[in-house]
Design a protein around this ligand. Structure first.
Ligand code: CTP
Ligand code: ZN
Length: 144
């Protein structure tokens, strides 16, 4: 078994995000708006993993109904969300690609109505699940 050299203690209540693709944890920090939450967060980058070689791990100590993780399905749906209560893992949640994402990414088409008008929601819709393609709801510009 590969052993990590850096250890962070167990948490009492909150979430452990495991199997994050190495290097993605700062993006997740940003999308979850963790900078605005007054809770204890540990980010471990490039932890050794037998399954993935390298991975990131995040530990968030906070009340467990506090965070909406749906957006993580868009960033990386292979992440495991461990829900911790009384220092035990009470559930492991797998993620799915969200069907719709609102106000997370912006349309890059300069002629799109969202580029011209202020105050519109930026909505992308999953149009091809297999290839993970999202398109702008207004102009159908592809995101990736
Ligand atoms: N963990 C934690 N605090 C706790 C309980 C668990 O920080 N009170 C962390 C563990 O360190 C681990 C993750 O939550 O990184 C998942 O815990 P566990 O399911 O016990 O570990 P594994 O069996 O290694 O998970 P998996 O099979 O999903 O790889
Ligand atoms: Zn558009």
């Amino acid at each position: 078994m590969v052993k990590n050299t850096l250890n962070v203690g167990k948490i009492e209540e909150g979430f452990v995000l495991d199997h994050i693709q190495a290097g993605k944890s700062m993006e997740i920090y940003k999308y979850l708006h963790l900078d605005k939450l007054d809770c204890c967060v540990a980010i471990i980058k490039n932890a050794k993993s037998s399954k993935m070689q390298k991975k990131d791990i995040m530990k968030i100590e906070c009340p467990i109904d506090f965070i909406d993780f749906d957006i993580l399905g868009f960033i990386d749906h292979n992440i495991t969300i461990n829900i911790i209560k009384d220092s035990e893992v009470v559930a492991k949640k797998r993620l799915q690609l969200p069907k719709k994402i609102t106000n997370v990414i912006r349309c890059k088409n300069p002629r799109c109505i969202t580029s011209i008008e202020q105050g519109l929601d930026h909505v992308f819709v999953l149009t091809d699940e297999e290839n993970e393609i999202y398109r702008c709801q207004y102009c159908e510009e592809k995101h990736r």
